[in-house]
Structure formats: structure tokens, C-alpha cells
Design a protein around this ligand. Structure first.
Ligand SMILES: NC(=O)C1=CN([C@@H]2O[C@H](COP(=O)(O)OP(=O)(O)OC[C@H]3O[C@@H](n4cnc5c(N)ncnc54)[C@H](O)[C@@H]3O)[C@@H](O)[C@H]2O)C=CC1
Ligand SMILES: O=C(O)C(=O)COP(=O)(O)O
Length: 419
């Protein structure tokens, strides 16, 4: 079906409040900036500082309209199947690999994220860690804390003039490329997509070429089937002797035993690892990795995006997207859903419908509207391969009847009367 354009509309500045109280479940210490916006809309908020496992999450989602998570909580197809009231999920981070996006799409649940609010924080951390690795600062600091004075310059370097190779040249890769160049580094990158090089950054045609040319290799790819175990024994062997590996992307990208081996053999001179194949769900859980106690290895607890600036901005950004969804039906910025937006309206009645994307749905919907003699003020439809999302404003208050009949269509996945 072809998307239709909205007709002329009467704007109002504040969207009307949704009919029912909205319940939000926020996990993983989401910033207060999100709470503030939800509170200002009188949404009911429940919070937890840690992530939740599948069964616990299913129980906690009973009666919940919106779920807010960060990188740890896995929202599986089974969770989505049980959470029949869930309208939307907000990932208060960049990565969305922790959510089964396809299952959410098919169930009519839009998923939002904050695509670049912590980009700078990650890029700054990688610059800092590159210097720490080149100067062995982590080890020196640990030694002095333990009362050992080991003043050495052997195998300690400046980063100026060295080459950093960025695997994945998206938001973080590009921001890092700019910062690294300002530090006097040469910057090369490898990406599966064609990217505009920043400054003097230079694209390389293959991963192997990047590994062979770089003194520092830093990973900035998403977790996908293609990036799973992307850096294993063969790739590490391709790296220069004495090079450093940095991973602040996802734990699935690097084979940890192979990295431990490359460090122990002295092939690599150090590593900075922020993400792991298995990460604890809360700060009170213990953590073990075979990289512990290896020299010149910086281990951090997935804090690449953990700054006050980033978390505050993410809180505002994602809570705004979720609030917009509830109050206007807008899905702008959703990562797994047709993006649709209509301005809030006065004196109208809005119906939202998610349906299977098959021929004839709009015909059926419009026949229902015509049967009750209602007038369509605006109607916007957007589709993807699986579903269609329709926002429709009616000028008469027949929305309950129209919504009931649209909801009963065999093609409908979910239907909601907004106001
Ligand atoms: N440690 C932390 O706290 C944080 C970690 N992250 C992780 O960093 C990742 C990257 O973030 P952004 O730069 O914002 O994402 P982005 O989507 O802007 O960039 C990712 C880039 O990787 C490229 N790519 C994808 N598959 C590839 C492959 N197989 N080989 C080479 N390139 C490939 C894409 O084409 C894209 O240019 C996120 O997906 C997230 O997992 C993000 C923020 C904080
Ligand atoms: O933004 C991301 O993708 C991150 O990895 C940061 O995750 P976090 O919010 O710190 O759990």
C-alpha cells in the first residue's frame, strides 16, 4: 500500500493526555532526566537498578505500557509474547541488539534508542585508553598504589604519529577519527558501508589490511551475526607485533581466549576491554574473565557511555520518544517500525492501528469509517515488509466503535484509541 499524506490540520501546542494512566517500568539505573519527563505527564513509574532475567521480566511487565532498559536486559520473543499490554520499549543507550527487534515489530511494539547521545563519551574513553596502553599507565598506577616504584621508559610510547585502525566507522568511529587525528595519530578505518572520511582519515578495503597497518585497533561495530567472533586467533595474528586492541563495542565481537593467548605470548602489547560475552546484571554481582591480572590490560565494567552528560541526554531523548508515542502515536526514530508522525490535534479523535502488511487493509478500514458516517481529518500510513502502521484522526467521536471494528479485522495486530 502507498503511504497517504496528512490533510490540513489544526495544531495545538500540548498534546492531550492519554485516556488511561500510563505505567512505565525503568530498569538498569536510567537517569532521573527520564523520570522527570514521565512524572510531568503523570505516568506511573516503577524502577529497578539492575537488569532482569527473562522470567522475572515477564512477571514485572504485567500491566506495564512502556519498558525502559539499557544494554543488559534481554527482551526476547517469549517476553514480548507474554507482555500483551506493552506498547513500546525504550533502549536508553545506542545498541538495540538486546531486544528481539523482529519479534517486537511483528507484535506491533516500536523500539526506540538514543543513537548518538553517548558517542562522544565512548570516543573520549578510547583516546584516554590509547594513551594509557602506550604508556602502561594502568600498571604503573597499580604498582605505586601497592608501594612499588618502577620508573621505566622501555616500551612506553607517545601516541603521536602512530596509526589507529577503526573497525566500524559510524557515529563513534567518526568522532574518534576526528579526536585521534587532533592527537597527531594517523587514522585508517574499515567499514562494510561506504563512509565519508573525516579530515585525513583513510578507508581501507579489507579488515586484513587494517589489522596489518594499525598500531591500535579499536572496534566500533554493532552486535550482528556478521560481527560475532569477528576478532579471533587468525585476526589477532594479522595484527602487528606489539600492537594494542581496544573493544568498547560488544562482547560478542572478540574471542576472549584467543585475545588472552595473544597477550600472554607477547604478540600484543596490551588491550583495553569494556564489554564481555557475559556481563553481570548488577553492580553487586562478581565478575571473572581470563584477562584479569594480565599486564597492560585495562578492564572496565561497560562504562563507555557512562558519563553524566551522556546519561542525562539519553534520559531526556528516549523518554521524549516514548512520551510522544503515548500522547500522539508518533514513531519517529523507532529502529524496528515504520516511522509515522501526525501533529497533535484539537477537537478530533485519533485511532492507531498496526496491521499485517497485506493488500486491502486500507480499503477495509475506510469502509468501516464510511459505514459510521465519520469524516477522516487526517490519515497517515507507513509500511515495512511485515506490518503497516496507520494513524487516523476522525472529526466525530465514533472512535470507540471504529476502533472496535478495525481491531476485529483479521489483519489487525493492535488497535488503540488515543483521544
Ligand atoms: N561500551 C559502551 O558503553 C558503548 C558501546 N556501544 C557500541 O558501539 C557500537 C557502535 O556504535 P555507533 O558508532 O554509534 O554505531 P553506528 O551504527 O553509528 O556505526 C556502526 C558502524 O559499523 C559498521 N559495520 C557494521 N557491521 C560491520 C562489519 N561487519 N564490518 C565493518 N563495519 C561494520 C556500520 O556500517 C556502521 O558504520 C554500538 O552498536 C554499540 O554496540 C555504543 C555506545 C556505548
Ligand atoms: O549505548 C550502548 O550501546 C551501550 O553499550 C551503553 O550501554 P549502557 O547504557 O551503559 O548499558
Amino acid at each position: 500500500m502507498k503511504p497517504m499524506t496528512p490533510s490540513a490540520t489544526k495544531f495545538q501546542t500540548t498534546p492531550p493526555v492519554a485516556k488511561e494512566p500510563v505505567k512505565v517500568l525503568l530498569l538498569e539505573n536510567i537517569h532521573q532526566s527520564a523520570h522527570e519527563l514521565f512524572r510531568s505527564r503523570s505516568f506511573e513509574i516503577e524502577t529497578r537498578s539492575s537488569a532482569m532475567k527473562e522470567d522475572e521480566l515477564i512477571a514485572a511487565l504485567a500491566g506495564v505500557d512502556m519498558l525502559g532498559i539499557r544494554s543488559k536486559t534481554h527482551v526476547t520473543a517469549r517476553v514480548l509474547e507474554k507482555a500483551d499490554k506493552l506498547l513500546s520499549i525504550g533502549c536508553f543507550c545506542i545498541g538495540t541488539n538486546q531486544v528481539d527487534l523482529d519479534a517486537a515489530n511483528r507484535r506491533g511494539v516500536p523500539v526506540f534508542n538514543a543513537p548518538f547521545s553517548n558517542t562522544r563519551s565512548v570516543a573520549e574513553m578510547i583516546i584516554a585508553e590509547s594513551i594509557m596502553l602506550a604508556r602502561q599507565l594502568g600498571d604503573r598506577s597499580r604498582e605505586v598504589h601497592a608501594g612499588t616504584w618502577k620508573k621505566v621508559s622501555k616500551a612506553c610510547y607517545e601516541i603521536r604519529g602512530k596509526t589507529i585502525g577503526l573497525i566500524g566507522y559510524g557515529h563513534i568511529g567518526q568522532q574518534l577519527g576526528v579526536l585521534a587525528e587532533a592527537m597527531g595519530m594517523r587514522v585508517v578505518y574499515y567499514d562494510i558501508a561506504q563512509k565519508l572520511p573525516m579530515g585525513n582519515n583513510r578507508a581501507l578495503p579489507t579488515l586484513e589490511a587494517l589489522l596489518a597497518e594499525s598500531d591500535f585497533v579499536s572496534l566500533h561495530v554493532p552486535a550482528t551475526p556478521e560481527t560475532h567472533n569477528m576478532i579471533g586467533a587468525a585476526e589477532l595474528a594479522h595484527m602487528r607485533k606489539g600492537a594494542y586492541l581496544l573493544n568498547a563495542s560488544r562482547g560478542s565481537v572478540v574471542v576472549i581466549p584467543a585475545l588472552a593467548e595473544a597477550l600472554k605470548s607477547g604478540h600484543l602489547a596490551g588491550a583495553a576491554i569494556d564489554v564481555y560475552p557475559e556481563e553481570p546484571e548488577s553492580n553487586s554481582d562478581g565478575f571473572l574473565t581470563e584477562l584479569q591480572k594480565l599486564p597492560n590490560v585495562i578492564l572496565t565494567p561497560h562504562i563507555g557511555g557512562s558519563t553524566e552528560e551522556a546519561q542525562e541526554a539519553i534520559g531526556r531523548e528516549v523518554s521524549r520518544a516514548l512520551t510522544q508515542l503515548v500522547t500522539t502515536g508518533a514513531t519517529t526514530g523507532a529502529v524496528n517500525f515504520p516511522n509515522v508522525e501526525l501533529p497533535p490535534l484539537k477537537a478530533t479523535h485519533r485511532i492507531l492501528n498496526v496491521h499485517r502488511n497485506v493488500p486491502g487493509v486500507l480499503r477495509d478500514v475506510n469502509r468501516i469509517v464510511s459505514d459510521v458516517n465519520a469524516n477522516i481529518d487526517s490519515q497517515v500510513l507507513s509500511t515495512d515488509a511485515n506490518i503497516g502502521y496507520l494513524i487516523m484522526d476522525l472529526s466525530q467521536d465514533v472512535s470507540a466503535e471504529v476502533s472496535r471494528r478495525i481491531g476485529a479485522l483479521e489483519t489487525s495486530i493492535r488497535t488503540r484509541v488515543l483521544y
